[in-house]
Ligand binder design. Structure first.
Ligand code: FE2
Length: 222
């Protein structure tokens, strides 16, 4: 499958892998942020469809790591219309079939779609933000940077600033030393990361918000 096919058949891809509605919404929103950025890109040539398609599947296998029994998780399932499905069963089946690690599960699903090597390289890049943020900052690969940034702009219910997103994560994981360190480190890189990208983007970070992202999201959903 090439990038364009993934974009046009994304709904059937989500169905095929029984992706939770809240997770679908997350990936649509992240891809819409990426799409808005690509539309306002003034830098060296990039493959917009490739970036958007990677973003549409970047968390495809994330159900394997979800805690499904928390009140927060139950509320999200309800808010996004995911009631009536046994998600615990879906989680078990997904783990068995694609692995218990979230990125590995996503990767295995995506490999099954028959994507290019470059697609997989960018998909792996989206996970790098959380494991080796320095590498993302140092690389000259602007497409990879563009695959990492949009996820930093999306909260559970909408587009937020990167600072807000990371403050939320730091607050949520304040008792988890490892995650706290990771998110604090990423938070420290936000100004430099935004500077690297926004010198090639004709809008400012604050012009990426629910209102400006909405049309891109609607387009991707059709
Ligand atoms: Fe994500």
């Amino acid at each position: 499958m090439d990038a364009e096919e993934i974009i046009t058949s994304i709904k059937s891809i989500y169905d095929r892998f029984s992706v939770m509605p809240n997770l679908q919404e997350h990936m649509f929103r992240v891809a819409a942020v990426g799409s808005l950025i690509c539309d306002n890109w003034t830098g060296p040539e990039i493959n917009s469809n490739l970036i958007i398609s990677v973003l549409l599947v970047h968390d495809l296998g994330n159900i394997v790591k979800f805690r499904l029994d928390t009140p927060e998780s139950e509320r999200m399932i309800k808010d996004f219309g995911g009631e009536g499905t046994d998600w615990t069963k879906v989680q078990e089946d997904t783990k068995k079939r694609y692995g218990a690690n979230d990125h590995a599960a996503t990767r295995n699903m995506v490999i099954g779609l028959g994507v290019s090597k470059r697609f997989l390289q960018l998909l792996d890049g989206t996970a790098k933000l959380y494991h080796s943020v320095d590498e993302v900052l140092r690389t000259d690969d602007l497409e990879l940077k563009l695959c990492c940034y949009p996820d930093e702009r999306v909260g559970p219910y909408g587009v937020i600033s990167a600072k807000q997103r990371l403050d939320d994560l730091i607050n949520r994981y304040k008792d988890n030393k490892e995650k706290l360190e990771t998110y604090s480190k990423i938070a420290g890189t936000v100004p430099e990361f935004e500077q690297q990208l926004f010198r090639h983007i004709r809008i400012r970070p604050e012009q990426i918000n629910d209102e400006t992202v909405m049309p891109y999201m609607q387009k991707l959903k059709h």
